[in-house]
Design a binder for this molecule. Structure first.
Ligand SMILES: C[S@@+](CC[C@H](N)C(=O)[O-])C[C@H]1O[C@@H](n2cnc3c(N)ncnc32)[C@H](O)[C@@H]1O
Length: 535
């Protein structure tokens, strides 16, 4: 059990440091060095403490209150921390009663430790979440952009979700996803070897470990949820890679880094690419941490769209509202609510893996260039639609999926969530009309997909599609029939139990990934191992 005064209100960790107690007056070493983990933590009064010890016994070890401690650089990888046993604020005449030398495995870790130490010393209680004073900027109050845009209740649930191992496991077990990231990083080790990397939203730290495996000089793994602590433990358990990784707990919008990154790696994609609004954090991280012309993995994302016809899906959704057509439900007429229930079911986007043969025209796509797009441009996205129907059909709505590109210097690799490709945990998404549209083969379908971000970390989807007139009317731009719908991307309907003609087992997917990797990999396993720095 943790001491009561050290509740988990925020931790930042450095998994492997060597610590020796020294005399505060002479700086002579008093004790042999121990290999400890170092954590910064806040108590319930937002007073930050540095704790050095063994993760499994948090009550033991060395505790230093940052208010009464000072940190000095005594070498590129060595620091001296002097601290007072009492709670009294440091002043010029403080006599320090404890001192210890902290040795880091890399200079990057040492710099990150100092940056975190100084930043947390500046944080003050009572200014509200995400608001802190930064003395280095003339006491200006820096407000965290994330907290301005996102409802506190949504953020709390969101980071609570990602703070749990089963949800990280779910992503790790999507072998198409994780395997594609692994392949993209290792095949492009030249982009990582000897570079400073920032992992934006590191979760379990898996992408940081991949980057370190590809030879990164140092990786800063930024993670806002409690998963940061697990990431520390995973990284500490992989010491040959972990010594080049620093986990920083906090939002990318508010943490400080000791140096700029040559390359960002992240997995910020949600359903329909944009759900969760994490792309905005990715773009903010680019503007805050990336050197000019630095690389981003992934660098672009594309939303693909095509009209579909699926009578079974339509009937399934419509029939859910049939309950409300009863005139005599325990002697009560439910029919006045049938219309609302019917519209309600059609306001949920449907998520499943469908057979691509339901698409009635070739797909179009809309590109988001993560290297250039402004954060504000993600608040509202307008995508004009234009299709030519390949067959005559009843169009039940718009089917969407996405892909992202790892534009490596050696290999370009796409991670796709397309129908017919190996299924990912994102599946595909369909917006279904309550009033379908009738089209003939060759008929033009126009429309607009409008996505408006909301403060619950998702989007409102406004979709309109029109069948244009055939013959002379088409030339004049005449519209025969229009259907529209408004959906909440935050509230999807998961329909993933239906038979999947193209679904593979995960083992097959994994095997396929391995085969792909072996077939197209430009580097041999020996070359991969050779590229790993062993400092
Ligand atoms: C989709 S998960 C990816 C996790 C990990 N990178 C992986 O690929 O397995 C996104 C992670 O980013 C974190 N995250 C989201 N927004 C963040 C932000 N603004 N600052 C820091 N972390 C954030 C979440 O808590 C979550 O763990």
């Amino acid at each position: 059990m943790e001491p009561a005064s050290l509740q988990n209100k925020g931790q930042q960790g450095f998994p492997r440091v060597s610590v020796s107690q020294v005399s505060p007056s002479t700086a002579d070493v008093d004790s042999p060095a121990s290999v400890f983990s170092a954590f910064f933590r806040a108590d319930q009064f937002e007073r930050h403490q540095l704790w050095l010890g063994v993760p499994d016994s948090p009550a033991s070890g060395i505790h230093a209150n940052l208010n009464t401690s000072k940190l000095f650089n005594i070498g590129p990888k060595d620091s001296l921390c002097v601290t007072e046993d009492s709670e009294v604020e440091c002043s010029s005449n403080t006599s320090y009663t404890k001192a210890f030398r902290i040795g880091f495995e890399t200079e990057g870790q040492c710099k990150a430790f100092h940056a975190t130490f100084e930043l947390l010393k500046l944080k003050r209680a009572g200014t509200g979440s995400g608001v802190f004073q930064n003395r280095s900027k003339s006491n200006a109050i820096l407000k965290c952009k994330f907290d301005d845009k996102i409802e506190a209740s949504s953020a709390k649930m969101y980071f609570h979700y990602y703070g749990q191992l089963p949800h990280q496991q779910n992503m790790l077990q999507d072998y198409t996803r994780t395997g594609t990231y692994f392949a993209a990083v290792i095949e492009n080790y030249a982009d990582f070897n000897g570079r400073i990397v920032v992992d934006v939203g590191a979760g379990s730290g898996i992408l940081s470990l991949f980057a370190a495996k590809a030879g990164a000089k140092h990786v800063y793994a930024i993670e806002a949820s409690e998963m940061a602590e697990y990431a520390c433990r995973l990284i500490a358990g992989n010491p040959s890679l972990g010594k080049r990784i620093t986990v920083i707990k906090g939002k990318v919008e508010e943490v400080e880094l000791p140096e700029k990154a040559d390359i960002l790696i992240s997995e910020p994609m949600g359903t329909l690419l944009v759900n969760e609004r994490m792309l905005e954090s990715y773009v903010i991280a680019r503007d805050r941490f990336l050197v000019p012309d630095g690389k981003m993995f992934p660098s672009i994302g594309r939303i693909h769209m095509a009209p579909f016809s699926d009578e079974y899906l339509y009937i399934e959704i419509a029939s859910k509202a049939l309950f409300w057509q009863q005139h005599n439900y325990f002697a009560v007429d439910l029919t006045p609510l049938h219309g609302s229930a019917f519209e309600g079911y059609f306001s949920q986007p449907v998520i499943d893996a469908f057979d691509p043969r339901i698409l009635i025209s070739p797909a179009i796509f809309h590109t988001l260039d993560f290297t250039r797009i402004k954060e504000e441009e993600l608040y509202e996205i307008d995508i004009p639609l234009n299709f030519i129907a390949s067959v005559g059909a009843r169009v039940h709505g718009l089917a969407c999926w996405f892909d992202v590109l790892f534009n490596g210097s050696s290999v370009q690799r796409w991670l796709t969530t397309a129908p017919g490709a190996p299924t990912t945990h994102w599946y595909q998404l369909r917006c279904v009309f309550s009033q379908p549209l009738y089209v003939m083969a060759g008929q033009e379908i126009t429309g607009l997909l409008n996505l408006v971000a909301h403060s619950a970390q998702s989007y409102t989807i406004n979709l309109t599609m029109s069948a244009k007139m055939l013959g002379p009317g088409a030339v004049q731009g005449g519209i025969l029939h229009t259907s529209s719908c408004k959906l909440n991307l935050k509230d999807p309907y998961y329909l993933i139990s239906q038979p999947q003609p193209y679904r593979w087992t995960q083992d097959q997917q994994l095997q396929q990934e391995v085969n792909n990797l072996q077939e197209i990999s430009l580097v041999t396993p020996e070359e991969i191992d050779a590229c790993i720095t062993t400092d």
